[in-house]
Design a protein around this ligand. Structure first.
Ligand code: SF4
Ligand code: SF4
Length: 287
């Protein structure tokens, strides 16, 4: 069973909750699909025995020894990715789309198209089972494709090792990487917080999950910091037929656990917040 934990926005506590769920049972596969800002590997320090380069795209590189500074490529590049700086024609990596046009028109064959391959996917072991995660290098794109690779690897590992459950820590937002995260999973858990922007982002996220056939649940994190807004979120979920499967209070122990590089359920297993998380997780996996 694949369980994806997502949130319409960052900072809702999604990763802390994913970490807690991932440490509530042995023999789990944890897939960190927040490839733009993967952080669970910092918490669990997995031992990785597999590393794969991810080719996210291509970009142009100018061979300065061949370049005549004629400026033709500057005029042709419709992404404004080529500039002249200090009497040198150079490519601005972050703007280059890899369309290869410049390499075709350069009269001196001074432009090479190379793979962008600094992004990585890792697979290995952590304290409660197996872990897969991706790290998109700064400036590289196609995070949705890297999310797909992480999920495929997690599924392969689960199948080969006979592991039943995969916990996916998804990316924030509602873009392409989120679609890649939830496509084909069994259960989606949306973590929200009781603020106006939290409700707004929850609505947008539910619009996306509505396009899929899957169980969708909501967790309201820090529900006690704004009871009125919590009530509005609950009313909205009731009206749209979405179950609020857990309400978690603000608890400084969660931050303490993170500072100590542990999930809250490992750091304070007998605390009220850990009991609530255990209870919420058992409800999720028994739907
Ligand atoms: S077209 Fe070729 S030779 Fe002319 S500036 Fe660009 S890289 Fe240099
Ligand atoms: S590959 Fe395309 S986008 Fe990149 S510098 Fe060349 S013309 Fe511009």
């Amino acid at each position: 069973m694949e369980i994806a934990i997502i949130s319409g926005k960052g900072g809702t506590g999604k990763s802390s909750i994913s970490a807690a769920f991932a440490t509530l049972q042995n023999e789990i596969v944890l897939a960190d699909c927040d490839v733009d800002a993967a952080n669970l590997y910092l918490l669990f320090n997995p031992v990785c025995d597999e590393e794969y380069a991810f080719v996210s795209g291509q970009k142009a590189v100018i061979n300065q020894e061949k370049c005549d500074s004629c400026g033709a490529c500057i005029d042709y590049c419709r992404f404004d990715a080529i500039v002249e700086k200090n009497h040198k024609v150079t490519v601005l990596e972050t703007l280059c789309d890899g369309c290869i046009l410049c390499s075709r028109i350069c009269p001196f064959e001074a432009i090479n198209i190379v793979n962008e391959d600094k992004s990585r996917m890792y697979a290995g072991y952590f304290q409660n089972g197996r872990m897969v995660y991706g790290r998109l290098a700064p400036g590289e794109e196609n995070s949705g494709r890297l999310v797909n690779l992480v999920r495929e690897k997690a599924k392969t590992i689960a199948k080969e090792a006979g592991i039943k459950n995969i916990i996916i820590d998804g990316p924030p937002g509602i873009g392409c990487p989120v679609i890649s995260t939830i496509t084909g999973v069994d259960i989606v858990v949306i973590v929200t917080e009781p603020t106006l922007s939290g409700l707004h982002d929850l609505k947008r996220t539910l619009e996306i999950t509505a396009g899929f056939t899957l169980h969708t649940n909501v967790i309201i994190n820090k529900f006690d910091i704004n009871p009125d807004m919590t009530s509005r979120i609950e009313t909205y979920c009731n009206q749209t037929g979405i179950q609020v499967i857990g309400k978690l209070p603000f608890d400084p122990l969660i931050v303490e656990a993170m500072v100590n590089c542990q999930s809250i359920t490992d750091y304070a297993p007998d605390s009220d917040i850990s009991s609530l998380l255990k209870n919420t997780y058992s409800k999720i996996i028994t739907v």
